[in-house]
Design a binder for this molecule. Sequence first.
Ligand SMILES: [Zn+2]
Length: 174
Amino acid sequence: MASVISHPAVPLALAVALGPTRVPAALAAAACAASILPDVDSLGFAAGIPYDHTFGHRGFTHSLVFAILTALAGGVLAKRLGASASAAFIIVFVSTASHGVLDAMTTGGLGVAFFSPFSNARSFLPWRVIRVSPIGVGPFFSSWGLQVLKSELLWIWTPAAVFAAIGVAVRRSG
Ligand SMILES: [Zn+2]
């Protein structure tokens, strides 16, 4: 994973860029949860499911199919999230799918099973610039953790902030 605190950068940037009319707070909160949801598979990791298994870490829950299923749930709950079904679907889909994309840019572990359950092949993107985050909280408070935060600040939060700022500027000028 990129670290748990950095995956929500994507939904937060979307929410700021698109504004509260399109992305109300409840939808933004759900999208933040969706962005970290794929790492529920680390529970299976702890329970002894092998990393390269379909339900191993970065397996099915990191796939596009899982992102679509999560987005469908978002669409069904759209009214409660204060948004239209299509907006909820798109925001939740992008937030969930971005998790695998960010993980596929990290420097460690196995790749991401984007096409699970059809293929369990694990892939990385050509740009592996994000320092892989340790699994678990203990090792996070270490110099490794600090390096992860630095690289996530540079490669996740900075582009997210730029995207958000551009979105706000476009909305203000429109
Ligand atoms: Zn992950």
